[in-house]
Design a protein around this ligand. Structure first.
Ligand code: FE2
Length: 184
């Protein structure tokens, strides 16, 4: 059993794998995820950790992504870059992160998490709405106002409707989350 690594150690590991502008995004996401988590009665430090790790694999070569997270369905096969969530989860595990909710949040920032995972929802919203993106301000404000579930439902619905309108196949996990959020 590995010792739990410190946040500073993890930051160093992430820093070694990503471009500087990616690191800036990662730090903005981590801070926003912490704030969203706290405002919704969740563990802010865990949300920060998930934010710090979520894009650790985002700048890796495709071959490395496929090694860390072999594609599991046609959508993943068609979009190998989208493997970076599960690949980051694999890296986080290698680095000694064992908290299942944090690992789920990291993986789920690409395709979505079950609505039972508050940390995952906080990270998902932080990623799509951090100020550097310049979009989704309304969803960010909802989440910061303590209305995380509502913000998440909106975010997932927007994504599914956007992809569907463009005729792009939606990942099965995203569809499952969408249907669970919109079940009567
Ligand atoms: Fe990402």
């Amino acid at each position: 059993m590995k010792n739990t690594p410190s946040t500073a150690e993890l930051l160093q590991k992430v820093q070694a794998l990503v471009r500087p502008e990616r690191l800036a995004h990662i730090l903005r996401v981590a801070e926003l995820a912490r704030e969203i988590a706290r405002n919704n009665g969740l563990d802010g430090e865990k949300a920060y950790l998930a934010g710090l790790l979520h894009d650790a694999a985002r700048d890796l070569p495709e071959a490395e992504l496929r090694r860390l997270a072999p594609p599991e369905n046609p959508v993943e096969e068609a979009h190998p870059l989208s493997l970076h969530g599960r690949a980051a989860r694999a890296l986080a595990r290698e680095w000694g992160v064992a908290d299942e909710a944090v690992l789920e949040a990291i993986e789920g920032h690409v395709y979505g998490v079950d609505p039972s995972n508050g940390l995952g929802m906080a990270l998902y919203i932080a990623d799509i709405s951090e100020p550097g993106r310049g979009v989704n301000g309304e969803i960010r404000e909802l989440a910061l106002a303590g209305r995380l579930a509502e913000a998440y439902r909106k975010a997932v619905r927007n994504k599914v409707e956007y992809l569907t309108a463009k005729g792009v196949p939606v990942h099965p996990k995203t569809l499952a989350v969408y249907h669970s959020l919109n079940a009567p």
